[in-house]
Design a binder for this molecule. Structure first.
Ligand SMILES: *[C@@H]1O[C@H](CO)[C@@H](O)[C@H](O)[C@H]1NC(C)=O
Length: 501
């Protein structure tokens, strides 16, 4: 179940967290998967042999990025003749400044169009899942063919941006530490590491430092992204380091305001018919109010109360799943095939080839697609409300796009739409009152958009949790128009504009 790209580890692991929690092993650092849980997880192929990367020793002198030009051995030439030699593709490590011994792995793919294109960073969720899932299955420059060749992705986001992917928090993907104290437990730790990385990246690449900058990501990144955006904004205001030209942040099928989003599970499930009215009534009588109360106690910075609310609230999700049967909770149209809802095995096969590891410079560091250690360490963070920092960013003109594939259950569009509408800021009234317009790609309605000022909400048709995987063309178009500021222009507007010229 490497499909655990995102928020995903949740339903299967939950019983085991219960077990550990109530058996007194509350210290998340020391929770280990032993006996049944471990076996089950291995059977499900959920985790690679190593769950977290610890190396015996590493040198730390400067907190500078160390990177190498990236040339994958098995990349097929594209028809359009893009030559990899002309592109600045890089893989590297950043020794994290405010850590004991942590190194953050990243990919950088120069834009296929222009170095002046914005720099866009992508964050995969989990917490604890590698951004390589997005590189190879969503919006990266290429896809992995069954014969392990790489084929160019016609809708890679590097077509219009200089694209960064990082493995974070520490312990995820190819990122590692030699010191357990580097495991992060909250958004403060996560956003400081990301900010330090960005500073080092632009110090190493001053030629990109003045470009526009955008943050994007998915799922649990609904927590990371607002925290990271606020961290950059603060750094800019305090003149802490290199000024980062933050223009906007985009959250895809994210978890941002759990108080509203957990309450929306039953509404969404009833709407799409995976539970019946009497299931709905029962859940809303007991579990939903209990969850609401638990989340209130957690607030924005609670500790034990937050961990407790995770367990209380996820009974709602589990109960819905027990009615829904074997559906894929990232895409309710699909069945969860066997123990894997999606099959991402090609990625691990690909990344474990020696030639690929040489190209990446990762030597014998294990690739951890989804780390349970990182996941558990972040449990206390899960139910915290990350919406609270967003209004201040909007007031300063930083754009936010919240988009959601309509068939995802776990971070469904309804819960996202509800928190976006409920958010208090100076343009709230106008946003709520504005009408929905079709988001049209190739003369087809690819989604429904609502926007006012810096805030946009897009419900994407025909897509589940991973929008760039399910709707690659529409998602590239979405990014392009959002960056250009033309997202809310309808086809009619464009014609009018042409007619007036
Ligand atoms: C591998 O698969 C790709 C895409 O299907 C194909 O273009 C390529 O020719 C294949 N390579 C080999 C060696 O079979």
């Amino acid at each position: 179940m490497r499909n655990c790209i995102t928020i995903l580890l949740l339903p299967i692991l939950l019983p085991f967290f219960f077990f550990f929690f109530f058996s007194g092993a509350v210290d998340v650092d020391d929770v280990r998967f032993d006996f049944p849980a471990k076996k089950l997880i291995r059977d499900l192929n959920l985790f690679p042999p190593k769950d977290f990367n610890f190396l015996p020793h590493a040198d730390f002198h400067a907190h500078e990025i160390v990177e190498k030009p990236l040339r994958f051995p098995n990349l097929l030439h594209s028809e359009s003749g893009v030559s990899i030699d002309d592109l600045g593709h890089r893989a590297g490590y950043y020794p994290i400044r405010h850590s004991h011994a942590a190194r953050m792995f990243y990919f950088f793919f120069e834009s296929r169009s222009s170095k002046r294109d914005p720099v866009v960073i992508w964050l995969t969720g989990g917490p604890g899942c590698s951004s390589e899932l997005a590189v190879f299955y969503e919006n990266g420059p290429f896809k992995i063919a069954d014969n392990m060749s790489l084929v160019w992705n016609d809708y890679g986001w590097d077509k219009i941006s200089n694209l960064l992917y990082v493995d974070q928090p520490t312990g995820t993907g190819f990122s590692y530490s030699t010191d357990k104290r580097d495991i992060r437990h909250d958004e403060e730790g996560v956003s400081n590491d990301l900010y330090d990385f960005l500073q080092a990246f632009f110090a190493g690449h001053p030629e990109y430092a003045e470009n526009d900058f955008y943050i994007t990501g998915e799922s649990y990144a609904g927590h990371y992204i607002p925290a990271f955006a606020a961290r950059i904004h603060r750094g800019n205001k305090d003149k802490e380091g290199i000024h980062i030209n933050l223009k906007g942040f985009a959250i895809g099928n994210g978890l941002t305001d759990p108080g509203i989003q957990y309450k929306a599970y039953t509404d969404y499930a009833l709407d799409v018919g995976i539970i019946q009215q009497d299931d709905y009534d029962k859940l809303n009588q007991v579990m939903v109010p209990a969850c609401e109360l638990a989340i209130k106690l957690c607030g924005t910075g609670g500790k034990i109360a937050c961990t407790a609310s995770y367990f209380v609230c996820n009974t709602i999700f589990n109960s819905i799943m027990s009615h829904a049967g074997d559906i894929n909770y990232y895409d309710i149209r699909k069945k969860c095939e066997g123990s894997l809802c999606y099959d991402f095995s090609n990625m691990e096969k690909f990344l474990n080839q020696e030639s690929v590891r040489d190209a990446l410079g990762v030597r014998d560091i294990a690739f951890v697609s989804c780390s349970s250690t990182v996941y558990q360490a972040m449990l206390v963070d899960w139910m915290r409300n990350l919406e609270v920092g967003i209004p201040a960013l909007l007031e300063d003109g930083i754009k936010l796009l919240v988009y959601a594939g309509e068939y995802d259950l776990i971070c469904n569009w309804l819960g996202n739409s509800k928190w976006v509408h409920a958010m208090e800021w100076s343009g709230q009234k106008e946003f709520v009152a504005s009408s929905e317009v079709p988001f049209t790609v190739d003369d087809t309605e690819a989604g429904v958009l609502k926007s006012y000022g810096p805030l946009s909400f897009l419900k994407v048709h025909d897509a589940g949790h991973m929008v760039p995987m399910d709707q690659p063309k529409a998602s590239l178009e979405m990014l392009k128009r959002w960056i250009q500021g033309t997202l809310s222009q309808t086809a009619g507007d464009a014609e009018k504009l042409v007619a007036e010229m």
